[in-house]
Design a protein around this ligand. Structure first.
Ligand code: HEM
Length: 238
């Protein structure tokens, strides 16, 4: 019997959503504080995550719980490849590595694919419905913060095969509600969606370290320049 999975997911992950919004990296990003090095690491992390998720969903295309939400229009791997070529250059494949938090996230997706593919619904929901919800705002912020022109490096946020993201979210939620899952499975999917939020947060926290280091470097440069200026002024005044 079908259950109201879409609203169970929304309500059951509300706390996690607030926590994710409040991680240092995400709240800095919202304020327009983004450095290109941290951002390109995020793009690389997301590439590994989506490549694993889209491979898993593809492998289980005939699974009755996954098939109804396996909308190809959502796929992000190709867009992330274009963004990686922009940030790292043509040899991006040789340059990118999974960070530890990214590797843990990918490992969880692969484990579920091998042992409990139905739970991938929680991961699918957490990433794609989030991307459909915040894409436009985040794209504008990233573009301004990093002085990107002509939409370069922002392919991730553009769903070229979807005309109306809001309408698509309604279609996606209806598909969630029609999935053939009982309440026990719904509970496990909501728990896994919370795990997906947690894995995302660990990735953001890792980036937060890089961002703090980048800000620290700029601040240190600024302070030492001022100090040098100050001592030159002091010498000149003497
Ligand atoms: C930058 C901080 C964020 C802001 C300001 C934000 C904002 C929003 C807003 C306003 C919605 C509601 C859209 C609607 O009702 O149509 C939404 C939905 C959603 N967001 Fe976020 N979000 C943020 C970060 C995240 C992150 C980091 C994730 C997960 C990795 C995420 C996952 C989701 C999901 C799954 C939904 C769909 C909720 C539902 O309707 O079931 N969000 N977000």
């Amino acid at each position: 019997m079908a259950v109201a999975l879409a609203s169970q997911l929304r309500e059951g992950t509300q706390k996690s959503h607030t926590m994710a919004e409040n991680t240092g990296f995400v709240s800095c990003f919202l304020k327009g504080v983004v450095d290109k090095l941290s951002y390109r690491t995020l793009v690389a992390d997301l590439y590994f995550v989506y490549a694993a998720m889209e491979k898993a969903v593809d492998q289980h295309r005939s699974n009755p719980v996954l098939a109804p939400i396996a909308f190809e229009q959502l796929n992000r791997r190709g867009a992330l490849e274009r963004d990686l070529a922009y940030y790292f250059g043509a040899d991006w494949r040789q340059q990118i590595r999974q960070t530890p938090a990214c590797a843990a996230y990918v490992a969880r997706i692969e484990e579920l694919s091998a042992t409990a593919p139905e739970l991938l619904v929680g991961h699918h929901y957490t990433r794609y419905l989030g991307d459909l919800s915040g894409g436009q705002i985040l794209s504008t912020i990233a573009s301004r913060a990093m002085n990107l022109t002509d939409g370069q490096g922002l392919a991730f946020y553009r769903f070229e095969a979807i005309d109306d993201e809001k309408a698509f979210k309604t279609t996606y939620r209806a598909a969630l509600d029609a999935l053939p899952v009982d309440q026990a499975m719904a509970d496990r999917i909501v728990a896994e969606a919370n795990e997906a939020f947690h894995l995302n947060m660990l990735m953001f926290q890792e980036l937060e370290g890089n961002l703090v280091a980048a800000i620290g470097k700029v601040l240190f440069g600024f302070l030492t320049r001022r100090q040098r200026q100050g001592s030159t002024e002091a010498v000149a005044a003497a």
